[in-house]
Design a protein around this ligand. Structure first.
Ligand SMILES: [Zn+2]
Length: 386
């Protein structure tokens, strides 16, 4: 009997969670619509909506146009009821993002601030972040916390950052990053955070590889994600591997005995497809590189074509291993949309099984995907509690 009761409570909780996530996603919906789309009975929907109204998470926002019978009440989420802040730490900058239950970038900012592993830096980083937060959010009770994205291997179990090539350190305590921040902090690897952000709004994509083409090449592997439209709540599961190095695609060998990589080995994916491979020809400015190829700069077009050939090998390898959607992100990913059909063409030539390369997608977030993904750790944790 006790077991049965527990399972009823569980079902009730799952239903409420599904209903809130549905309203939160679609913005303005009717109760019959919720009932039909989620396959939950009308009395259960009514009871849950009333509870969610009491909690201040949804509200009534007028009526829908009548389609013959009684007009249906429109229900909408109160998305601004909870906020989170995301910080992206890079070698030379601090990226900042505010998001709410919508999961969208509400405000963002990027500040030049070279990283330095000392208390002064961590203190200033916290001051910059908190000033940004305080300018945008006035009520602390609505603030869920801070997500911090780091270009390194984040070991949450042992509460340390094992290694960061970009920031030039190994084995430092996670606490250093959060010491001056008086709110709950979650640390996450930058590529994992960006991958998480990209997947956040996908309803029907259950496995994906996020390929981060920034100043180094990395990525995230998201597997067996569940949708709230099926039998469970949504969960973006990141595959981290046995040593937290899952998704370190940058050091896959692309060209045997090829050019030297910063890691000390030769022919790594990183050597041929990092953003630096392109920006080194335009004073370190990637934007300028893409502007030049738009203008038809022949030398740079040749370099771009060579880049695409190498990228295609890498993408095809990932597709063969993971057989899932591949999202192209990072600095190069944010410029790649106009060239995506060219990339697909090259990959299709290499693929053994399929000519259709529609599984390759340009990233949705062109700026601050990592900071957003870090902030979303708090939003997702909150959504799980509704
Ligand atoms: Zn390497």
């Amino acid at each position: 009997m006790i077991k049965k009761r527990a399972s009823n409570i569980e079902v009730k909780k799952i239903n409420r969670n599904k209903i809130f996530r549905y309203v939160n996603k679609y913005g303005r919906v009717s109760k019959p619509d919720i009932s039909t789309q989620l396959g939950i009975s009308m009395p259960t929907v009514l009871q849950n909506i009333n509870e969610l109204i009491k909690q201040g998470l949804v509200h009534e926002v007028g009526e829908f146009e009548s389609t013959g019978g009684r007009k249906a009440t429109a229900i909408a989420p109160v998305r601004e009821s909870y906020y989170a802040l995301g910080i992206d730490i890079t070698q030379n900058h601090i990226g900042l993002v505010i998001t709410d239950l919508s999961g969208d970038v509400l405000k963002h900012k990027r500040i030049y601030k070279p990283f330095s592993n000392d208390r002064e830096y961590y203190k200033e980083m916290a001051e910059i972040a908190l000033e940004f937060k305080n300018n945008e959010i006035d009520e602390d009770k609505k603030f869920l916390g801070v997500g911090i994205s780091i270009p390194g291997i984040v070991d949450t179990r042992n509460k340390k950052i094992q290694f960061s090539h970009a920031l030039n350190f190994s084995n430092i305590e996670s606490e250093r990053f959060s010491e001056f921040i008086p709110y709950p902090c979650i640390l996450i690897n930058d590529a994992n955070a960006a991958g998480f952000a990209e997947m956040y709004h996908y309803d029907k994509c259950f496995n994906a590889v996020y390929l981060s083409l920034s100043n180094s090449v990395g990525g995230a592997i998201i597997v067996e994600r569940q949708s709230y439209l099926s039998d469970s709540t949504i969960a973006d599961k990141l595959y981290l591997g046995d040593n937290l190095r899952g998704g370190e695609f940058g050091h896959v060998t692309l060209i045997p005995n090829g050019n030297k990589c910063y890691c000390g080995k030769r022919g790594c994916f990183d050597v041929y497809c990092s953003a630096k491979t392109l920006s080194q020809y335009t004073d370190g400015k990637l934007e300028k590189f893409f502007r030049e190829i738009e203008l038809g700069n022949k030398n740079l077009l040749k370099i771009w074509e060579n880049y695409i050939s190498c990228l295609a090998i890498g993408i095809n390898n990932l597709r063969m291993i993971f057989d899932c959607t591949i999202i192209l992100g990072g600095y190069v990913g944010s410029y790649i949309e106009p060239y995506i059909s060219r990339v697909k063409e090259e990959v299709a030539i290499l693929n053994t099984f399929e000519m259709d390369a529609s599984y390759i997608k340009p990233c949705r977030y062109k700026v601050e995907a990592s900071a957003l993904g870090a902030a979303l750790q708090h939003i997702e944790a909150f959504l799980c509690t509704v």
